[in-house]
Design a protein around this ligand. Structure first.
Ligand code: NAD
Ligand code: ZN
Length: 342
């Protein structure tokens, strides 16, 4: 089969021929239809510090996908060849306290598909059946291939009650834009999205932001005044991974405001803890997706009219992956799809 892999330590990726993986008794073999490119894949391509510490080449990368079941292991029930599936990219140990309590997203021994083991940028992917997820075939394939990051947006956005609330989202990357759409869908009043990239802010507007803020030249205090807000944002969703965005968020929350942090900060990010203390802010870190409550919620929201399709801006055949990664690096895209028909 053809696959996109990190073959040696260092920048770049290669299109390789690899054997089709052999499913174990508890595994499913998935024929990949479409994948989408995640920021993580770009980190791996670029071979930054995180990638150097984490990735052990040779390894096929990628973890956002949709495909059909090709074969199942002898123990597998509930999946049959031809079933349309997505997959949860976090493979958990099943034995730690959190796993045993059903809190699998909190497993301390998580292995990442396309990070710690071969991934989905290939014609076939083998994962445990427990990680395959049946999907509604009425949902477009483009949208299904983005369920992994939509899950990050859903998991974060639904941490706190948004109904009638004024929500601040810092970072209008694909995940911030999807979170804006979710916040509107579930009934937030104001959905204010900040970024430093005008293309991304335009995308946020198309996705349902009620107001966008160019953080490179506008102050959130001024925006609040302009919008007639007096007490600050009720809920903050940090989706930029930029310490300055977090600082501005903490500075603009209502007393008792709640913040969900998804963005991954480059290093230790300074926080004015006295603002957190005196304003009684709640700050909650968010990782991955809940298995499988997040999958249930995002499916239900799509089925009830949540539209994330504007976030999908480009499509390439897998053979053109170099162009896709160059576009991704330029910041002039939303989600980029790779198609895997032969
Ligand atoms: P992305 O890099 O595409 O988007 C981040 C956006 O933040 C960019 O558009 C960038 O221009 C913007 N930004 C930069 N500085 C800013 C500032 N000062 N104020 C406001 N915006 C600013 O990333 P993404 O794929 O949308 O993911 C969002 C974040 O979530 C990333 O940090 C990513 O690493 C993280 N992430 C975390 C998890 C998790 O499980 N915790 C999972 C997936 C992604
Ligand atoms: Zn575990």
């Amino acid at each position: 089969m053809r696959a996109i892999a990190k073959t040696t330590p260092g920048p770049g990726l290669a299109l390789i021929d690899a054997p089709i993986p052999e499913p174990g008794i508890n595994d499913v073999l998935i024929k990949i239809k479409q994948t989408s490119i995640c920021g993580t894949d770009l980190h791996i391509y670029n071979w930054d510090h995180w990638a150097e510490q984490t990735i052990r080449p040779p390894m096929i990368i990628g973890h956002e996908f949709v495909g059909t079941i090709d074969r199942v292991g002898a123990n597998v029930k509930g999946f049959a060849p031809g079933d349309l599936v997505d997959g949860e990219g976090h493979i958990v140990c099943g034995m730690c306290r959190n796993c045993l309590a059903g809190r699998r997203h909190l497993c301390r021994d998580t292995q990442g598909v396309g990070v710690n083991r071969d991934g989905a940028f290939a014609q076939y992917l083998c994962i445990p059946a427990a990680n395959a997820v049946h999907v509604d075939p009425a949902i477009p394939l483009d949208v299904l291939s983005c369920f992994d990051p939509l899950g990050n947006a859903t998991h974060t956005a639904l941490q706190f009650d948004l109904v009638g609330e004024d929500v601040l989202i810092t970072g209008a990357g694909p995940i911030g834009c999807m979170a804006a759409a979710i916040a509107r869908h579930v009934g937030a009043r104001r959905v204010v999205v900040s970024d430093v990239n005008p293309d991304r802010l335009a995308l946020a507007s198309r996705m349902g932001a009620t107001h966008t803020v160019d953080a490179s030249r506008e102050k959130l205090q001024d925006v609040q005044r302009e919008l007639g807000m007096h007490e600050g944002f009720d809920v903050g969703l940090e989706m930029s991974g930029n310490p300055r965005a977090l600082d501005a968020m903490i500075d603009n929350m209502t007393h008792g405001g709640r913040i969900a942090l998804l963005g991954i900060m480059p290093d230790a990010a300074p926080v004015d803890w006295n603002k957190v203390v005196f304003n009684m802010l709640t700050i909650k870190g968010v990782y991955g997706r809940e298995m499988y409550e997040t999958w249930y919620k995002m499916t239900a929201m799509i089925q009830s009219g949540l539209d994330i399709s504007p976030v999908i801006t480009h499509r390439f055949h897998y053979r053109d992956f170099e162009h896709a990664f160059a576009l991704m690096r330029s910041g002039k895209s939303g989600k980029i799809i790779l198609t895997w028909d032969d």
